[in-house]
Design a protein around this ligand. Structure first.
Ligand code: ADP
Ligand code: NA
Length: 310
């Protein structure tokens, strides 16, 4: 994929905005234990914001529908989104409400433990979606996750389909999804844990991922993409399945790998790329993200993706 060859992809993201409070720690503390950490980092995150940032840095024209609190975290999150060129006129500041926060412990083995406080993310309502209808009608893709209320995500997807958009759903964190909602999803992008949770099937390798993805397709999803971390992705469509290995990199922190993949996928598909090329672009971008610490600090710009992995 070359820059400037195509018209920019027009993408609307509905989703969460969090401030990530990241502690590097030698190991996970036991219950009741106080442990000295090695360092602390305050990093912009939230799956919705991360996916919007990925799409914007990778060349998309992006609007975000979200809620933040009227606090310093909210103001700084909006400023960061704007600095990435994201349209934030539909990011609503909710009074008497905290911005979403993620407390993250990352230990020396690369393992992480996370506590989320949804805060303003729980306030995203159908009226927020209605406010975005004009912007949606000019867009190609709606991108959603499940850190905002299911009812609002369902409403957004329904509106998007009425307006002729294609829908990418990243069902994380996993919740039960109604069949009539799955029927409206063009691209379901989920990791192995979410795939296991949604199907009750064990997903250990590409073969079992394809089998589970086929079950999800039978529930009405157009294309299912299961991301398998360092093992790459499997893609299952009506035509069949393909397995693509990941790019080999030195892993520092896998935070936002999946979010980078989703944002990149939307950009490439929106530029008219085929599914295989779009997944390749998304895997390149996601592989770079795992070499850097944190969420939005690790999401690469397009120029870096294009100059990497020859
Ligand atoms: P999530 O972050 O949602 O759990 P994954 O861990 O499956 O998602 O990662 C999403 C994608 O990011 C993978 O399909 C792959 O392309 C890339 N990726 C993740 N981990 C690695 C890794 N260790 N090496 C190379 N690429 C990776
Ligand atoms: Na990262």
């Amino acid at each position: 994929m070359q820059t400037h060859k195509h018209k920019a992809a027009k993408i609307v993201v509905v989703g969460s905005v969090n401030m990530d409070l990241l502690f590097k720690t030698p190991r996970m503390p036991a219950p009741g234990e106080t442990l000295m950490g090695q360092s602390f980092h305050q990093i912009h995150g939230g799956k919705g914001a991360n996916q919007a940032v990925a799409a914007a840095r990778l060349g998309g024209e992006v609007s975000l529908i979200a809620c933040v609190g009227q606090d310093d975290f909210g103001r700084s999150s909006v400023a960061a989104l704007q600095a990435d060129g994201i349209d934030t006129q539909l990011v609503r500041q909710v009074s008497n409400c905290a911005t979403g926060v993620a407390g993250i412990l990352l230990d020396d083995s690369g393992e992480n433990s996370i506590v989320l406080a949804a805060g303003a993310n729980a306030e995203v309502q159908s009226t927020d979606i209605d406010a975005g209808k004009t912007i949606m009608s000019g867009a190609q893709f709606l991108v959603c996750q499940l850190e905002t209320p299911m009812a609002s995500v369902a409403y957004a997807i329904q509106q998007a389909k009425t307006l002729g958009l294609q829908v990418i759903l990243n069902p994380a964190p996993m919740q039960d999804i109604a069949t009539d909602l799955l029927n409206q999803v063009d691209f379901l992008v989920l990791n192995e844990t979410e795939t296991q949770q949604m199907t009750g099937m064990s997903v250990e390798n590409a073969e079992s991922a394809v089998a589970a993805a086929q079950v999800l397709r039978q529930r009405g999803v157009g294309t299912v993409i299961v991301t398998l971390g360092a093992a790459g992705v499997v893609v299952v469509t009506a035509e069949g399945s393909m397995t693509m290995p990941a790019y080999k990199v030195e892993v520092l922190d896998t935070t936002a790998a999946g979010d980078t993949f989703v944002g990149a996928l939307a950009v490439a598909l929106g530029e008219g790329e085929g599914l295989q090329k779009a997944c390749d672009f998304a895997q390149r971008a996601a592989a770079i993200a795992v070499t850097q610490l944190g969420a939005q600090t690790s999401i690469p710009h397009r120029s870096l993706v294009e100059s990497h992995f020859h």
